[in-house]
Design a protein around this ligand. Structure first.
Ligand code: GUE
Length: 297
């Protein structure tokens, strides 16, 4: 971030902000280790071999080690019965070396993601996707906040110190991003609108947003004329698309080159929300480990 942002096209450096958060987590992990003799541990469960998911999962393991935590990886074949995944989660729930459990989504079609995510003990649900943490968020009680929306809020706060009264428009109503994002923005005092697949005029809605968060999974859905001049735009989407020279590139749900001419602040893809999601996962794992370790020591 620059000290004197111009009126349009300021890029929010998610990578740098994520690095600062990860460094802070690392220092706190060391302090917790000195106080209790224990190290926070994160278990990641990946079912199936979606190549994109494997990249994220490896990335998460790398960052987990970088922050001084233990990483436990469980890769299961796509054909694994749901009951076996639930058995694994029960083992992880009872394992005192593990303080955070994440089941990578999407799961294979024969599994119910609601059943699987709700099998995780709420204290170890570092994705914040289970009913207890989702309910806490909606009631305004302290709990574990989903990593991607938490990261988005941190990025928004970098550009806008006081969100009260601003109109925040969230495009996408998933349990993973859209719904918890809307709850967080409501908690900050925003007027919140949620657009979704049945919304009649998504462009007209998006154009009202002083803050626009886009999490649809549809690459380059949002064009420059969807954006209110001067808005802060947070692009959660990440898709790999082919380029004219036969290679591939990562793009978001927003047409970046158009949007940056209209938005005052905007996140890039890559280098925006993605790195913040991982940094917030480490932050959440530390928050989960703290009470468990302090109670044990
Ligand atoms: N239970 C669950 N929790 C998740 O948080 C979750 C999930 N399931 N399923 C998949 C999505 C996707 N996701 C990403 C995290 C980091 C990057 C990331 O670090 N991206 C880099 C680039 C990575 C690259 O180069 O491929 C960036 O945007 O700069 C991307 C995507 C978390 N997800």
């Amino acid at each position: 971030m620059t000290d004197s942002p111009s009126d349009v096209g300021n890029i929010i450096d998610g990578k740098a902000i994520a690095r600062r958060l990860t460094d802070r987590v690392k220092a706190e992990v060391e302090a917790l280790h000195d106080a209790t003799g224990a190290t926070p541990g994160l278990a990641v469960v990946l079912v199936g071999n979606d190549p994109a998911s494997e990249v994220y999962v490896r990335n998460k393991a790398l960052q987990t080690h970088r922050a001084g935590m233990r990483s436990f990886m469980h890769m299961l074949p796509a054909s694994t019965p749901q009951e076996e995944v639930l058995d694994l989660i029960r083992l992880l729930n009872d394992n005192p070396q593990i303080h955070g459990i994440l089941v990578q989504l999407p799961l294979p079609a024969h599994m119910d993601p609601v059943v699987v995510t709700n099998a995780i003990r709420p204290e170890k649900d570092v994705d914040g996707l289970g009913a207890v943490n989702a309910g806490r968020l909606s009631l305004g009680i302290d709990g574990i906040v989903p990593c991607t929306p938490l990261g988005c809020l941190m990025l928004i706060r970098e550009t806008l110190p006081d969100l009260r009264g601003l109109h925040a428009v969230v495009i996408g109503a998933s349990n993973l991003v859209g719904k918890p994002m809307a709850q967080l923005l409501l908690r900050e005092g925003c007027t919140v609108s949620i657009g979704h697949i049945h919304t009649r005029d998504p462009k007209g809605l998006a154009r009202q947003g002083d803050i626009l968060v886009v999490a649809t999974g549809r690459s380059e859905l949002v064009r420059g004329d969807w954006i209110k001049p001067g808005a802060t735009v947070i692009d959660v989407g990440i898709s790999r698309v082919p380029t004219s020279d036969g290679k591939t590139k990562l793009v978001g749900d927003v047409v970046f080159e158009e949007a940056r001419k209209v938005a005052r602040h905007i996140t890039p893809v890559p280098g925006g929300v993605g790195p913040m999601t991982i940094a917030c996962l480490l932050h959440n794992t530390l928050q989960a480990a703290r009470p468990l370790l302090e109670a044990a020591s």
